[in-house]
Design a protein around this ligand. Structure first.
Ligand code: ADP
Ligand code: MG
Length: 492
């Protein structure tokens, strides 16, 4: 048995508590405190200067673009953008952190509060509150697998701007944590403040997980570091829930520690005991003044905000009658939503509502299938939105049937030609001319007189057979509605 979001153990019910700390790399051409480039995949150590390599006496200079990006993210996540925030040094030793400290924000982050509405099964949503968003520098990268005895250090990433987005411990299952990651990624991509590329590490999550008896204080948590895919977030949390459950059910205690997820084994393992904030000896960075923002600057950023996915979803549902599910899929990527709206705008159908729904079906059906098959994305595909709209219009004005339209789709996908031109070129125009259809029916009735007799004496299921025969005789081009009507009249 499982009560919603509770786990039934041998000794009773447990509640799962999850809070996520997400590191999102800010989209910016240069780093947080210097002019070095941020391109992914560059030759090691070609994008690091004196500051990133921690040469003595180098001074950090704050990058305005990164600050505006953090403001935009705060506004997009409904947080409070603080007019004063402070950069602190977070001290620790790591081979890929040559300065011995990371510049971060601790007591005064740039954003406090905010929330994200996550989409759960069906039409259910849940609001997850945010604690804070702060800016910080990324560290370099230690490469252990290039040499059997040596570790190499690549400092290209050193000093790249990150936002750490910290949630309240309000998620109650791995499914909620995955939905949170997905939604956060979508919002950041809409905002254009993080590319959300989890494989390249532009977005990575630390998952904090604990178990407790419902109605009692929270249990001791463990933190799983740097999980870099939505699926792994789910797997890591599931593993961790059941690892902790086994300990607690045996009367043991969970040790507060930092763990690592191993995707090949599907397990988490201990990495180090958890450090507390005081271990880092945070103090305000003496090289940087507090960051002071004006209301005018925040408003200027607000003026550049795009329509966000929740608003877009509501609008698509209201304006085009899309179902919540369809609207969710379409707003999932900004490019898909833009393509969809472009197609709807291009349609000349008499009933725009009907066209909008059909365009959604074709987009999510044929177009997605073709993209999948050809390993393409909506950005790299060549099918103009206007062609998809034209195809749907041809169905709606009965120039072609839905069945013929599938053939036309394949041809237009391959050739890049417009569907109306293809229909003419291939002679696929639907035949609604009653004379031609009546002639075909008469021929069929003469040929199949026995079946006509059976039909008339009550074997009504033969009707489909007659329709099929007529469609076949007319190479699928007969208007099915007209065929139905005429057949009924003639057979009746
Ligand atoms: P840090 O990990 O840096 O010490 P915090 O104490 O602020 O920082 O917590 C970080 C994250 O852990 C937050 O996302 C918070 O929601 C989550 N968290 C805090 N307590 C628990 C708990 N008992 N179980 C699960 N998550 C928790
Ligand atoms: Mg943490």
């Amino acid at each position: 048995m499982s009560v919603k979001n509770l786990i039934e153990g041998k000794t009773g019910l447990w509640e799962v508590v999850i809070g996520l700390e997400v590191h999102a790399q800010i989209i910016s051409r240069s780093k947080l405190f210097c002019g070095c480039a941020t391109d992914f995949g560059a030759e090691p150590n070609t994008q690091v200067g004196f500051l990133g390599a921690a040469m003595p006496g180098m001074l950090p200079v704050l990058n305005r673009v990164c600050v505006d990006q953090a403001i935009k993210t705060g506004l997009g996540l409904q947080g409070k953008v603080n007019l004063v925030s402070v950069f602190d040094r977070k001290n620790y030793f790591y081979a890929d952190l040559p300065s011995g400290y990371q510049i971060s924000q601790f007591t005064h982050p740039i954003v406090t509060g905010g929330y994200l509405d996550i989409d759960l099964e069906g039409t259910e949503t849940k609001r997850i509150h945010l604690t804070r968003i702060h800016m910080e520098q990324d560290a370099g990268k230690s490469i252990h697998d290039l040499h059997p005895q040596k570790t190499y250090i690549d400092l290209n990433r050193s000093g790249i701007a990150l936002m750490e987005i910290v949630s309240e411990p309000e998620m109650r299952s791995s499914a909620e944590a995955m939905a949170y990651m997905k939604k956060l990624r979508t919002v950041l991509r809409y905002l254009g403040t993080c590319d959300g590329n989890m494989e390249q590490g532009s977005l990575r999550a630390d998952a904090n997980v604990s178990l407790h008896r419902p109605g009692t204080p929270f249990g001791t948590r463990t933190e799983i570091k740097n999980v870099n895919s939505v699926r792994f977030v789910g797997q890591a949390i599931e593993y961790e829930i059941y690892r902790q459950l086994a300990i607690l059910e045996d009367g043991g205690e969970v040790v507060q520690e930092t763990r690592l997820f191993d995707p090949t084994k599907g397990e988490t393992r201990s990495m180090r005991s958890k450090e507390d904030a005081h271990d880092y000896r945070y103090f305000p960075d003496p090289d940087l003044l507090p960051l002071r923002l004006t209301e005018a600057r925040i408003e200027a950023v607000r003026a550049t905000m795009p329509e966000l996915p929740d608003a877009k979803k509501a609008r698509l549902m209201a304006d085009f009658g899309l179902s919540a599910y369809d609207a969710d899929v379409i707003v999932g990527e900004q490019e898909i939503a833009a393509y969809y709206e472009e197609a709807v705008a291009a349609s000349k159908a008499k009933d725009p509502g009907q066209a909008a729904k059909m365009i959604a079906n074709w987009l999510m059906g044929e177009v997605f299938a073709a993209l999948n098959r050809d390993s393409k994305t909506i950005e790299s595909m060549t099918l103009p939105a206007a062609h998809l709209a034209e195809l749907v219009d041809l169905i709606l004005d009965e120039t072609i049937s839905g069945k013929i339209a599938k053939d036309v789709f394949v041809k237009m996908w391959e050739s890049g030609k417009a569907p109306a031109a293809l229909v003419d070129e291939l002679g696929l125009r639907q035949i609604s001319d009653t004379g031609a259809i009546e002639k075909a029916i008469d021929e069929l009735m003469a040929r199949d007189a026995a079946k006509v007799g059976e039909y008339r004496s009550g074997k009504e299921q033969l009707f489909g057979y007659f329709v099929g025969q007529i469609m076949k005789a007319m190479q699928g081009k007969a208007n099915p509605g007209v065929v139905n009507d005429l057949l009924k009249k003639k057979l009746g």
